[in-house]
Design a protein around this ligand. Structure first.
Ligand SMILES: Nc1ncnc2c1ncn2[C@@H]1O[C@H](COP(=O)(O)OP(=O)(O)OP(=O)(O)O)[C@@H](O)[C@H]1O
Ligand SMILES: [Mg+2]
Length: 323
């Protein structure tokens, strides 16, 4: 119950912050090449559990001519789809939810259809405004911000969102986005990579819960330990892809833990280690590097920065450490 309440509070906080940022003109899109199919599969993977729990099918239909790569803010596009998909699953009790994607002249057409209760015509336009919810039993599960955020994000991208719905027949939300196909030489900057098994060493349980949540949302599995000795014990018997290491741990600190990990490695072995720290000093990064760490993240961390740091250390041994 605590986890669920915490999750709902975090969502509300993030939604409110997003709207505040939009209002202040401070939300900036970060367009980069991304793989639309991968993004769609991520959305399905993230929502599949909820669909399964409700006994609803969640289907992905991707048109064959969908471009392999597009230029856009993948994180925000994913946010839009997650909002629409979670609504569809929340309000639908029987049948299925379908996520479709196809190419259009100006870019991409995404749609989320459900076989739920439908939305009365009178309230259709209103629901894209903040805090607007139709009457119904699920009203308490949410605050009526999801669709307002979707509309704002879609408009920032120069696109449009529309709703077609018939009572008792279901609803379809369509999102049209003008997205260009990137020049093929530009590498994919943000690919939600393969799922990894990660070791998180963090003594603050709240910070650990947040980081773990962010990582699990990307499909990673996480083992969390609260001190350096437990980390070494874990590494002695488990295979992990990378370590996220808090620098200020009780007892053996993060620098020492990193050195111990490096000392125990055999020739040719190199476990990627990312320092995660609340420190703000300028010398800490060099110290972390000297202790054998490959990446450096300052708290508070966001999902994007975590994914970025992981992509860097997992991408190859010679990837530069972020400035
Ligand atoms: N697929 C759908 N089927 C039926 N009604 C829907 C659907 N999607 C949205 N609605 C209606 O639109 C309202 C607004 O949706 P919106 O996503 O903005 O808010 P919410 O889901 O209630 O809360 P939040 O998204 O902030 O958690 C919902 O409360 C619901 O009444
Ligand atoms: Mg919603």
């Amino acid at each position: 119950a605590m986890q669920r309440s915490g999750g709902m509070l975090l969502k509300l906080l993030n939604d409110a912050l997003d709207l505040a940022r939009i209002e202040a003109g401070r939300l900036e899109l970060e367009p980069a090449p991304f793989e639309p199919r991968q993004l769609l599969e991520d959305v399905v993977q993230l929502e599949q559990g909820l669909a399964h729990a409700k006994g609803i099918r969640f289907v992905l239909e991707v048109a064959e001519d969908l471009p392999a790569r597009l230029l856009g803010d993948a994180l925000r596009i994913k946010q839009i789809l997650l909002n629409l998909a979670s609504n569809a699953l929340k309000f639908t009790e029987h049948g299925k939810v379908t996520l479709r994607a196809q190419r259009t002249e100006e870019g991409l057409l995404l749609s989320v259809s459900d076989t739920g209760p439908g939305i009365p015509e009178a309230s259709q336009a209103r629901l894209f405004q903040r805090f607007e919810q139709a009457e119904g039993p699920q009203r308490r599960v949410g605050s009526g911000l999801g669709l307002a955020i979707c509309r704002e994000l879609v408009e920032m991208m120069g696109g449009s969102i529309e709703l077609e719905s018939r009572l008792a027949h279901g609803s379809t939300f369509r999102v049209r986005l003008p997205l260009a196909v990137p020049a093929s030489s530009v590498p994919v900057a943000w690919a939600p990579g393969r799922p990894c098994h990660l070791l998180l060493v963090e003594d603050d349980t709240i910070v650990a819960t947040v980081i773990r949540g962010l990582l699990e949302r990307e499909g990673h599995t996480v083992v969390h330990v609260v001190n350096g000795l437990a980390a070494l014990a874990e590494l002695a018997h488990a295979d992990v892809d990378a370590v996220l290491l808090d620098l200020d741990l009780p007892g053996v600190d993060g620098f020492q833990v990193a050195r111990l990990i490096r000392q125990r490695e055999r020739a040719g072995q190199h476990l990627p280690i990312v320092a995660v720290t609340a420190r703000s000093g300028s010398g800490d990064e060099a110290k972390a590097r000297a202790a054998g760490m490959d990446g450096f993240l300052r708290k508070p961390v966001s999902g994007e920065r975590l994914a970025d740091a992981l992509a860097r250390v997992l991408g190859g041994a010679d990837a530069p450490m972020p400035a």
